[in-house]
Design a protein around this ligand. Sequence first.
Ligand code: GRF
Length: 203
Amino acid sequence: MNKPVLGVLCSGRGTNLQSIIAAAESGQIPAAIGLVITDKPEAKALERAAQAGIPHICVDRKRCASRQEFEEKLAASLKEHGVTLVILAGFMRILSPYFVREFSGRIMNIHPSLLPSFGGAHAHRDVLAYGVKVSGCTIHFVDEGMDSGPIILQAAVPVADDDTEDTLAARVLEQEHVLYPKAIELYLKGRLVTEGRHVRIKS
Ligand code: GRF
């Protein structure tokens, strides 16, 4: 039987992509990565995909006249490659309701804080400014809001008094690299059951 196909969307360095590639290669994730798409030509994620022999393209947002055109290109490429689960891994764009409906219930995102606290683009900065003692990361399904979809998994890390954005980000990233493959594995093994806001994990 053919393996399910993942499409991974990235904007930058792609360390989460790398952890997902490793999990697919080791067999932890029973899927093939069918396509990596970036919205920026300089994204290092493209090199990582190339090195792993994974099809990769850039859909340059700057060369698209509108968000609709950009997202139609994303959706068309993902469908052409037979993608059934869309993984946002450091993809720094908000997707419109059009795209979310095209892959309804089949888009996951990772966010570097314990949602619903500290959503948005500057999670670590906001965590440090607020003075919380615990942060972490969240894997969630994507709905039509920002960082608001049903939560699949979370991992917590301590925040140290002398943390900088970089030291905190590094501590959280270590957890991200474990958590994202785990969430994808659970999804592909049919162990995630979504009921409204709640994602239950079947044993
Ligand atoms: C990660 O911290 C992720 O949580 C956030 O953006 C960062 C992407 O890192 N959404 P990388 O590109 O996977 O290395």
